[in-house]
Design a protein around this ligand. Structure first.
Ligand code: UDP
Ligand code: MG
Length: 167
């Protein structure tokens, strides 16, 4: 079954210069990159992304982590990967949520750590199932930023739209 999945290289992954390494690991899956961009994460985006964890004691710390406030690196690399069984393949490569429990050869097992405040800095995000993938991809990307018809779209007309163009 062909699937799409959202992958984020979180701020700790960027600070540790792991981008190339992670992309190489991901290429082992033979999945295709359907979208990629650098994103400066707002508090609203971080909260929406992790809204399933809003009642957890580590929620505020987690939101700061995703924004890059713990790493002075206020960006993440957001990507959509597409292909056969994409969600499970990337989750397996990422490893368990807790870096101490993750397979040592997985991305999180190799590069993750637990902070003194108890947050799992685990380098990478990967969607956990199809409905989460859809919710997350629609949250992080506009339809035109993805090189495939990810989900159904509609066209709307926006009047008096102002946007930046090259000057
Ligand atoms: N997290 C944490 N402590 C926990 C559970 C989660 O710090 O006990 C963080 C960790 O960075 C994780 C993120 O919250 O990646 C999202 O948690 P989720 O349970 O969705 O795990 P994931 O899908 O990322 O494996
Ligand atoms: Mg999750």
């Amino acid at each position: 079954m062909k699937q799409q999945t959202l992958i984020l290289i979180k701020p700790d992954g960027l600070v540790k210069s792991l981008t190339g390494n992670i992309l190489t690991r991901l290429s082992e899956t033979k999945l295709e990159i359907a979208a990629a961009k650098m994103v400066r994460v707002t508090p609203e985006l971080a909260r929406e992304h992790y809204k399933h964890l809003q009642d957890k004691p580590f929620f505020n710390e987690l939101i700061e982590y995703l924004q890059g406030k713990l790493h002075s690196r206020r960006k993440v690399l957001a990507m959509v990967y597409w292909g056969e069984n994409a969600i499970q393949k990337v989750r397996e490569l990422a490893g368990a949520t807790n870096p101490e429990e993750a397979e040592p050869t997985s991305i999180r097992g190799a590069y993750g750590r637990i902070t003194s405040k108890g947050v799992y800095e685990n380098v990478i995000h990967a969607s956990s199932n199809e409905s989460e993938a859809e919710r997350e991809i629609k949250l992080w990307f506009e339809p035109d930023e993805i090189i495939l018809d990810a989900y159904p779209v509609k066209t709307i007309t926006i009047e008096k739209l102002s946007k930046k163009v090259w000057s």
